[in-house]
Design a protein around this ligand. Structure first.
Ligand code: NDP
Ligand code: MG
Length: 386
């Protein structure tokens, strides 16, 4: 029996997750086909990928890259801007959309895909942070699936599979601890962008690498867990595990705990999101526990890494606070990478933005984007003039 190839529309193909998704697609050409690809503005990489994967539907999210794309991809169907990317998805009718744009920019295309009745494999966590309820409601309304790509969320997904939700007691979300887990507070203030971009275990995009160093990324994963599995914030515990071998665990009501393990290579979780509920072989290096050495565990330090506390606080406060948490962080990370603010100012600016915020109900994409824009402006105003 031959199985039809799964037709995949890849949002963010030129990024770290996007490229690794193409690796997975290339490793099973009989099973997967890339029918659409998009970038932010890296047209040269997008065209190279389109040629390699024989893909005729291409988009860029950034208007300023539109002319370049139109001139370079004369044989392809092209779209410019996030709405146009949504139109491309509608025309292409893929079996699965992979959401691997970085930041809140991915929210519109993800919501559009879900409302079109298309399953989404989601790496892009910011939409779940800022608008988890909108995203999960859109999926439920259309009767489609959200499949996690983020390794910790995939771990919980795999541990929970086939079990009734009432058997779950709580989730143990593991954290590498970030590049500066052993730094005293004073030394954290001296961290430069170059230091923050040099992550010990994973090779990721710039924004998530900085988020991993501040532990904002771990705070965002708390939101992913909450929304993907309908959890209460009190059911999520964070455990520092330096080796990134155990990608997370679940404890059941009877006190039994299950864990999911693999080498830290995102292609395992990406492939599972693409093949679910099936499994296919992989050729990537495998875990050998005898070689891996000791696995260690520790509690997180909420004092040195206030981004963790801010995530729980904003999550519990609800309404539009999580939108501000995300947007203020995106802006503060940009300012840090531009050397306009220091490393420890990232959570300080986020906290100020949350304190200043007048909350509203988050009923639509438009409300999210309006609150997002306001929070970014608020953070920009906090930068001291030189
Ligand atoms: P990258 O920065 O490497 O890639 C981001 C992708 O999004 C690129 O294709 C980029 O295009 C595109 N993009 C950026 N801005 C826009 C925009 N305005 N409109 C359209 N496309 C845009 O990020 P990662 O691949 O590391 O991360 C992607 C998402 O996955 C993030 O949300 C991250 O948190 C999450 N994630 C990543 C993990 C990882 O290991 N990397 C692990 C778990 C989650 P261009 O190249 O043109 O800029
Ligand atoms: Mg993760």
């Amino acid at each position: 029996m031959t199985t039809a190839r799964k037709r995949i529309f890849l949002l963010g193909s030129t990024g770290s997750i996007g490229r690794q998704t193409l690796d997975v697609i290339a490793s099973h050409p009989e099973r997967f086909e890339a029918v659409g690809m998009t970038a932010g503005s890296d047209v040269a990489s997008l065209i190279e990928q389109a040629q390699r994967f024989n893909c005729g539907v291409l988009g860029v999210g950034r208007q300023e890259a539109g002319d370049d794309l139109r001139a370079s991809a004369t044989a392809a169907t092209v779209g410019v801007g996030l709405d146009a990317i949504g139109d491309l998805i509608e025309q292409t009718q893929p079996d699965l959309v992979v959401g691997a744009i970085s930041g809140i920019a991915g929210l519109g295309p993800v919501l559009r895909s879900l409302s079109l009745g298309i399953d989404v494999a989601l790496a892009n966590k910011e939409p779940l942070v800022a608008a988890g309820e909108l995203v999960t409601t859109a999926a439920a309304r259309a009767g489609v699936r959200l499949l996690p790509i983020d390794s910790e969320i995939s771990a919980v997904f795999q541990c929970l599979e086939g079990r009734p939700p009432e058997h779950l007691h709580h989730v143990i979300l593991t954290a590498s601890g970030g590049a500066f887990r052993d730094y005293p507070k004073e030394q954290l203030a001296q961290v430069t962008p170059a230091m923050a971009l040099d992550h010990p275990t994973w090779n990721m995009g710039r924004k998530i690498t900085v988020d991993s160093a501040t532990l904002a990324n771990k705070g965002f994963e708390v939101f992913e867990l909450k929304w993907m599995f309908d959890l209460d914030f009190s059911q999520i515990e964070i455990l520092v595990h330096h080796q990134s071998i155990i990608h997370s665990m679940v404890e059941f009501i009877d006190g039994s705990t299950l864990a999911q393990l693999s080498l830290p290579d995102m292609r395992f979780a990406i492939q599972y999101a693409l093949t679910w509920p099936e499994r296919l072989p992989t050729s990537y290096p495998r875990l050998n526990l005898a070689d891996a050495g000791p696995l260690t565990f520790d509690t997180p330090d909420f004092d040195r890494f206030p981004s963790l506390r801010l995530a729980f606080d904003a999550g519990k406060a609800g309404r539009s606070y999580p939108v501000v948490l995300n947007a203020a962080n995106e802006r503060a990370v940009e300012l840090f990478l531009d050397e306009k603010i220091g490393f420890t100012q990232i959570p300080e600016f986020v906290e100020h933005a949350l304190e200043e915020h007048e909350p509203v109900d988050v009923k639509s994409l438009d409300v999210v984007m309006a609150v997002d824009a306001g929070a970014r402006q608020a953070v920009s105003r906090m930068v001291p003039r030189r």
